[in-house]
Ligand binder design. Sequence first.
Ligand code: AMP
Ligand code: MG
Length: 409
Amino acid sequence: MISPDEALKLIFDESPVLGEETAALARSVDRVLAADVRAQVALPAFDNSAMDGFALRAADLKDATANNPVELSVLETVRAGETGRLEVKPGEAVRIMTGACLPRGADSVVMVEMAEEAAPGMVRLTQAARRGSHVRVRGEDVLEGSLLLEKGALLRPYDIALLAAQGIMDVAVVRRPRVGVLSTGDELVDAREPLVPGKIRDSNGPALLAALSRWGAPAENLGIAPDEPAALRATLESALERSDVLVVTGGVSVGDFDCTKPVFAELGIREVFWKVAIKPGKPLFFGVLEKRDARTKLVFGLPGNPIAALVCLEEFVRPALERLQGFAPKHPSYHLSGAALNDYPKPADRRQYLFCRARRGPGGYELDIIRPQGSAMLGMASRANALAIASEGVDRVRRGDPLFFRWLK
Ligand code: AMP
Ligand code: MG
């Protein structure tokens, strides 16, 4: 049994960044840049007004006060999208809208709220203006040729705005990992088949596929395989051709008919680890298939119990998928803290993920640890809204103990 931190480190060591592909900008959010992007144009591309108001020469307002108003003649109105026709000379101004090109000769903008319409075609101003006020200067935000985004950046809507402003339509991004999902177990039937005594519905397939679709990983539903080595082997062999990552649930434990691990071995999958000091999820298997002419495939054997399978998926498979795409994994992140409302015994040699009802109390978050909880208890997990962690080395959570947690989304 290895520690969960050690397990993650071993996974990362085996997860090299995938190759690149081109993505349309509109579809590139949450993707990772495969190359640096430099600015093709300055931003803003021309001097323009940050306000609706009057473009003028600050020197004209040098002595303006309420008692000594200055009147300027208004030459024309410049709308956003237009460049003015006329040059602003001393004693003159131009009505200007936000985003419109600053006319020649003007060096400042006074907000419309600070100006008074005087006689027709005249504007009265009662305050001095700082030179350059409310003017967005060409290149003040981004210089032409400058580095906009570095290879490895995870694209956020803010970055999409920047790239769109540059007129960039396609970006080079890291390919997304293709994931195959297979449920194994003689007891499993899918939703379309009749449920005869002794059988259960497959929960893992739908749950894992749902989680993967949220994370943007194109996942292939490999269906259900029986606890029968030849059939399992045939399914896995063809799936491995198409996938970067295989996620198999069930049959990785020590039951008489658990055949997943021996089949992995037959297929040449090298075991990196089996069994991690966590609860739920202890029998987690991780291995790799190294092919001479193809890239390494990652193979996860998750425990069959659905809650354990999902915890393992979030704790270990998701960071691997992030790593394959070339960014520092940020999931899962237990950045919230709350106080346990009840005692809960746990195995001292393992980290336990505790399903809780979290709520805000007078002194911060309070965590009601759901009792009982177990890796096969689907109703229990569905009632939880938070997952807390109790560390290795502790044999009991006590009422009042602070625990790190995350929302269960
Ligand atoms: P195993 O890991 O194969 O020993 O399975 C552990 C438990 O999880 C057993 O009770 C199985 O019936 C159950 N199980 C395995 N696979 C699934 C699945 N896909 N959906 C729901 N329960 C499952
Ligand atoms: Mg089984």
